[in-house]
Design a protein around this ligand. Structure first.
Ligand code: ZN
Length: 338
């Protein structure tokens, strides 16, 4: 077993389920090869970016440290965007200077353009994540260019990122539906994925940015995209806007996806997508995965313990349900004390 927590690309050489993405298998008691799912904690970026409460650098670093304490080893920590447009991420450089470095975590920085990339390489991010929006109208509103324009941005950054020794992933935003154009045809998603894959990302994420997907759709799009992305790992990113997020995550895992984004307590959204609500809650997702027989290496009770802290820090409630209901079976019921 060669997979490390920081390397989501290492995959078993052969598997009947043809897993895409990788498991955190280096941790003792961590996921078994083949079934393990790697959680990418996106609360520090996708979660906080659209939260009404502006957190200070120390609180962001504590959020990241708590995720690490629960065993998560890939964290979307910051984005390098125009601070005038996204004030929540203005201290990205300071956050990256303060995050723990002794636990083997892989920190992802989101970049939308060359300028953001130049900032990212000055920090100690381990990975960069470029966003390519699948529809022209959304791309224009979000980033001021077309889908093809964003693919050109990615192509330009790809080579520099590799030379800088950074792992690269590309998120295909609005992979399912667009707030402006409606349904996104599978053929369009596949065309975008193939063009993005041509520039050699380590990983491609298909993102339901506005939370419109359903499980049948997830299965169809995962299969279609996988056919055109070669060796790139496949990751999925779901929002729970219409309460289908966890069902979609289960469908993705059953379709062989082994890397999923989620956000502690289900915080999050997208400031440029109207009515996009939270990411799927990490603790609810981990509960689902463990009960389905997919190890994650994440300590569920440690995650649950952080939810009251997060709610107190944000000064509002959060949508996740597991922390309200409690784990099952509880330590008392199982008699293991664990
Ligand atoms: Zn998102």
């Amino acid at each position: 077993m060669t997979a490390s927590p920081a390397d989501g690309t290492t995959r078993p050489a052969d598997s009947t389920t043809r897993p895409v993405g990788a498991a955190d298998a280096a941790k003792p008691g961590g996921p078994a090869e083949g079934t393990g799912v790697t959680i990418v904690e996106v609360s520090p970026r996708d979660g906080l970016q659209s939260d009404p409460t502006l957190l200070g650098t120390d609180a962001k670093v504590e959020l990241i440290t708590r995720a690490l304490g629960a065993g998560i080893r890939r964290i979307e920590a910051v984005s390098f965007v125009n601070p005038k447009r996204v004030p929540q991420m203005a201290d990205a450089d300071a956050v990256m200077a303060a995050v723990p470095r002794d636990l083997g975590a892989s920190y992802i920085g989101l970049v939308l353009n060359r300028r953001g990339f130049e900032r990212a390489v000055q920090t100690k991010v381990d990975e960069i994540n470029v966003v390519v929006v699948c529809t022209d109208t959304f791309a224009q509103k979000n980033q001021g260019t077309t889908t093809d324009g964003l693919i050109d941005v990615w192509a330009d950054i790809a080579e520099s990122a590799r030379s800088a020794g950074l792992r690269t992933s590309v998120t295909l935003a609005a992979s399912f539906g667009c707030p402006y154009e409606g349904e996104v045809p599978v053929e369009r998603l596949v065309r975008v994925a193939a063009k993005v894959a041509a520039h050699g990302p380590d990983e491609i994420a298909i993102a339901d940015s506005i939370g419109v997907a359903v499980p049948t759709d997830v299965r169809a799009r995962v299969a279609a995209v996988r056919d055109v992305i070669g060796d790139a790992a496949l990751r999925c990113h779901f929002h729970n806007t219409r309460n289908t997020g966890l069902a979609n995550a289960a469908a993705a895992v059953e379709a062989g996806v082994r890397v999923l984004d989620s956000s502690m307590a289900g915080i999050g959204g997208c400031p440029f997508a109207p009515n996009a609500t939270g990411n799927i809650p990490t603790e609810d997702l981990v509960y689902l995965l463990h009960r389905m027989g997919h190890p994650t290496g994440v300590d569920l009770d440690a995650l649950i313990d952080s939810v009251p802290w997060l709610e107190a820090t944000l000064e509002h409630g959060t949508p996740g349900l597991l922390a309200k209901a409690g784990n099952f079976p509880s330590a008392a019921l199982s008699g293991t004390g664990a």
